[in-house]
Design a protein around this ligand. Structure first.
Ligand code: ZN
Length: 268
């Protein structure tokens, strides 16, 4: 009985902190502190050299992106996210087993939160959101697993490349996972990764519709033609669309109702 009671109390605390996190992280009155923790995913000299040269300036485009988009949505805060680069970690987050069920996924998520709590938070500043970035030598790992962002615990795990010409693409993934932690959902088809119309398009009302000039952040790819799309390599070509803005509470539901109807693709 005592054991069950203890477990119930733990679950209650976890549920309450999750609810509190969700409330606090989507008020957008003061900046959210994002702590970025770099981790070397392999022993490659390329990765080590890249990490040794990693500085806060590499993440400045992220800061500018959120300021620019916040201004577009007339957010109360001018600076929605403050970014802090932390020292390199020498521990990797627990990985979810491929094909894990609901129960083992829940357990893995608790393990991840526990791991994150243990390795982070040694700074005086608040850490509202923590993103752990695992850098890979692209020659050893040409394709990386899907990154993830959890609303539970406000934690992101990003699989990135230790290559200077991938800095822009890495920042797109970090921004994408950051928005997952505050409640945004994916806007692409899981089968072929194509941006979904209209919410996954940078501008669903653009004329002509293709090629899209911008990518929607939660789609992560820009439509070039009805059957062609390309990964976004810089936040300069990315926007936060209204559907995502609604999910992260940058827009209110009432405003969506009065917004003009969206156009449909030609012939659809
Ligand atoms: Zn995603």
């Amino acid at each position: 009985m005592l054991r069950i009671l203890f477990l119930l109390i733990v679950l209650l605390i976890v549920a309450l902190t999750t609810w509190q996190d969700r409330y606090r992280s989507t008020r957008w009155r003061e900046p959210l502190y994002l702590a970025i923790y770099p981790i070397a995913a392999d022993d490659s000299a390329v990765t080590q050299t890249y990490l040794a040269a990693l500085d806060a300036a590499k993440f400045l485009p992220l800061h500018e992106f959120f300021m620019r988009e916040a201004q577009r949505y007339q957010l109360n805060t001018r600076e929605p996210v403050k970014i802090r680069l932390r020292g390199q970690l020498h521990s990797s987050p627990p990985q979810r087993a491929p094909g894990a069920g609901i129960l083992s996924t829940a357990l893995w998520s608790l393990k991840l939160r526990y791991w994150a709590w243990r390795v982070s938070g040694h700074a005086d500043e608040p850490e509202d959101i923590r993103i752990f970035v695992l850098y890979h030598d692209p020659d050893l790992t040409p394709t990386v697993p899907h990154s993830l962002g959890l609303t539970k615990g406000l934690i992101g795990v990003v699989y990135a490349f230790a290559a200077p010409d991938m800095n822009g693409a890495n920042n797109v993934v970090i921004a994408h996972e950051l928005l997952h932690t505050v409640g945004a959902s994916d806007k692409y088809s899981f089968g072929n990764l194509a941006p979904r119309f209209p919410d996954g398009y940078g501008d669903p009302e653009q004329v002509p519709l293709y090629p899209q000039r911008q990518a929607e952040l939660m789609a992560g790819r820009r439509m070039l033609a009805p059957d062609r799309w390309e990964q976004a390599y810089s936040l300069d070509e990315v926007v936060i669309g209204p559907a995502t803005a609604l999910e992260i509470r940058w827009l209110r539901a009432t405003r969506k109702r009065i917004s003009p109807g969206r156009s449909t693709p030609a012939g659809a």
